[in-house]
Design a protein around this ligand. Structure first.
Ligand code: SF4
Ligand SMILES: [Zn+2]
Length: 276
């Protein structure tokens, strides 16, 4: 089945959104988010792109320029959020401080920061739904990584839609590429001749995700699909076992499992360093 049909089916099966909804696509500048933005536009959805400038040197500059031209070419509204204006620092500084102060490694800090900003801007732009370009390989990595680390509950958002019911304060996040292998998306982007970078993020070197990605290459797409499908089957039981109620973060007011959300914990560490 071709990739566009599979996207259509996933949207329909999980009732992700309709033609009436205002859809915001989180753009990294890579093949996955660019392709899903292109497909949704082609399918006549009301889409716009949202990109965070992470300040990762030339890599970020090129991605930003590519996405500006891409959205201009296909007449898609484009929104750019400046991380330094939002948090006061670029992502490399934030990551290095959190590694030193809290031993938080890899992409965890970046992921939490991005999710918080995306949710804030999705609300600001009055989006009904936030689309991300996560694909089958990403989801398989997340599920297995958390399993191997002994914390399967961290994979609770590995689902085509995050959460079964809407949580007040969160814009619903959805992943129409959930069942599409990364290799097929790459093939699609190359065939469409998108003017984008295919290099991986320069900051992701040596992370556990990179290690997992490398050994997952030995697993077929069929097996990866089985992993995510079986995961989806056991998710409701896992959710029942764990209390997944949300409180309100005392600082930003976003839904949070603790008194303070994980993003505000990160921002507190950064602010303390700045005030020293
Ligand atoms: S790969 Fe990691 S560091 Fe790079 S943008 Fe993604 S989450 Fe951030
Ligand atoms: Zn918060």
């Amino acid at each position: 089945m071709n990739i566009e049909r599979r996207v259509k089916e996933t949207i329909k099966k999980y009732r992700m959104f309709s033609k009436k909804d205002k859809i915001l696509v989180a753009l990294s500048g890579g093949k996955d988010s660019t392709s899903i933005l292109f497909i949704l536009k082609k399918l006549n959805y009301d889409v716009s792109g949202l990109m965070i400038d992470l300040y990762l040197g030339e890599w970020s500059k090129i991605h930003r320029k590519n996405m500006e031209s891409f959205c201009k070419e296909f007449k898609i509204p484009f929104h750019l959020v400046d991380l330094r204006k939002e948090i006061g620092q670029g992502i490399c500084f934030i990551k290095s401080v959190l590694k030193r102060e809290k031993n938080l490694t890899g992409c965890t800090v970046c992921g939490i920061t991005k999710r918080w900003i995306l949710n804030k801007w999705a609300k600001k732009l009055k989006a009904d739904v936030l689309v991300t370009g996560h694909n089958l390989d990403d989801e398989c990595q997340t599920i297995l990584m958390n399993f191997l680390k002994g914390n399967i509950y961290l994979g609770i958002n590995s689902h085509p839609i995050t959460g079964e019911k809407k949580v007040e304060g969160f814009v619903q996040r959805v992943k129409p590429f959930f069942f599409v292998p990364e290799s097929e998306i790459k093939k699609y982007a190359l065939e469409k001749n998108f003017k984008i970078l295919y290099d991986r993020c320069p900051c992701a070197i040596g992370t556990y995700r990179v290690e997992t990605r490398s050994w997952l290459k030995n697993i077929s797409d069929k097996e990866k699909k089985l992993i995510v499908k079986n995961w989806i089957k056991i998710l409701p039981k896992l959710k029942k076992k764990k209390n997944l109620e949300f409180k309100k973060c005392k600082i930003c007011g976003d839904p949070s499992r603790g008194e303070i959300c994980r993003a505000c914990e990160i921002f507190n560490v950064i602010n303390n360093i700045k005030n020293k």
